[in-house]
Design a protein around this ligand. Structure first.
Ligand SMILES: Cc1cc2nc3c(=O)[nH]c(=O)nc-3n(C[C@H](O)[C@H](O)[C@H](O)COP(=O)(O)OP(=O)(O)OC[C@H]3O[C@@H](n4cnc5c(N)ncnc54)[C@H](O)[C@@H]3O)c2cc1C
Length: 120
């Protein structure tokens, strides 16, 4: 049995991947619907459109980072982005399909999912 601590995006991604590889998994968390993932209402940037590339995404990020970026980390995350969107979609996460153009990006690449929170 593998115990995963936390039911945010990191914990649940790990738990689903482990389960898919045949492991027994138990998720332990401090508070149901606690943590940042549940309240995060922004989006996930990834170069998935036909006029975009991970290289361009990295270039935009490094430019607006103005010298503060770890360029190796930027290149890693931007190159992994499209596969992550594909994986989340395969797991049933329904992005709304409307790629947004947001600050610092030269292409429409921010994937959103409308969140419904109690009282919102
Ligand atoms: C308001 C807001 C907006 C954001 N918008 C964006 C955005 O637009 N795009 C983006 O990419 N990121 C955004 N983020 C950041 C993003 O939400 C986080 O980087 C991401 O959710 C972190 O995921 P996580 O699984 O690592 O942590 P969390 O989702 O915080 O999960 C941590 C988990 O650990 C559990 N836990 C904590 N302590 C204990 C303990 N002692 N014992 C057991 N369990 C424990 C918690 O209950 C929770 O389940 C936003 C964050 C906030 C707060």
């Amino acid at each position: 049995m593998i115990y995963v601590v936390g039911d945010g995006i990191a914990g649940l991604s790990a738990a689903i991947s482990l389960r898919e590889s045949g492991r027994e998994v138990t998720v332990i968390t401090k508070e149901l619907r606690g943590g940042s993932s549940y309240i995060s209402k922004g989006g996930v940037a990834a170069a998935t459109s036909s006029d975009d590339t991970p290289q361009l995404h990295a270039q935009d990020t490094i430019m607006v980072g103005d010298g503060l970026c770890d360029e190796e980390a930027v290149r890693y995350f931007t190159s992994e982005g499209p596969a992550v969107i594909e994986e989340l979609t395969r797991w049933g996460f329904e992005f709304d399909g409307d790629l947004r153009l947001e600050g610092g990006h030269s292409r429409r690449r921010v994937h959103h999912k409308p969140m419904r929170l109690a009282g919102h």
